[in-house]
Design a protein around this ligand. Structure first.
Ligand SMILES: [Ca+2]
Length: 144
């Protein structure tokens, strides 16, 4: 591995969350998802979806991660946007490299760890398969 190696971005979509715990008194939440590769600084946020426990993002949940190493896990914090107080954390989820790495990508639900309630909540993710990084071409090798 050398410095400046071109890494293809991880194309990840936070498709939807389902069965989230309520964050507000009214039994609702205004969820958004914060995405971060564990131990890295880059942070992504999906748009906020108002008053729902089953938020959908679809294409609006699409992000491209460039700061990562193979082997890194991706962390998701599902937050409830609050107008007057600090946003609450509804749950967290984690996608290990075994799932998103080459060659298959990922398309499915992962479990959201929910602290407040004994609820089963799910996060639907899609990760496009990463291309295999080819060995650098040697243009001089053919010269005899
Ligand atoms: Ca709220």
């Amino acid at each position: 591995m050398f410095k400046g190696e071109h890494k293809p971005p991880i194309k990840l979509t936070v498709v939807r969350a389902s069965n989230l715990p309520a964050g507000d008194f009214m039994g609702n939440a205004d969820p958004y998802v914060v995405v971060q590769v564990e131990g890295r600084e880059e942070i992504f946020k999906t748009p906020v979806r108002n008053r729902t426990l089953d938020p959908q993002w679809g294409d609006e949940g699409k992000i491209e991660i460039t700061d990562y190493e193979r082997g890194d896990a991706i962390k998701f914090m599902i937050m409830d946007k609050d107008r007057f107080t600090k946003d609450d954390e509804l749950g967290t989820a984690r996608l290990s490299h075994d799932y998103w790495g080459h060659p298959n990508g990922f398309d499915g639900d992962i479990k959201i760890v929910v602290e407040k309630a004994a609820k089963k909540a799910w996060l639907r993710l899609k990760v496009e398969p990463l291309p295999e990084i080819a060995a650098p071409m040697c243009n001089l090798c053919t010269i005899q």
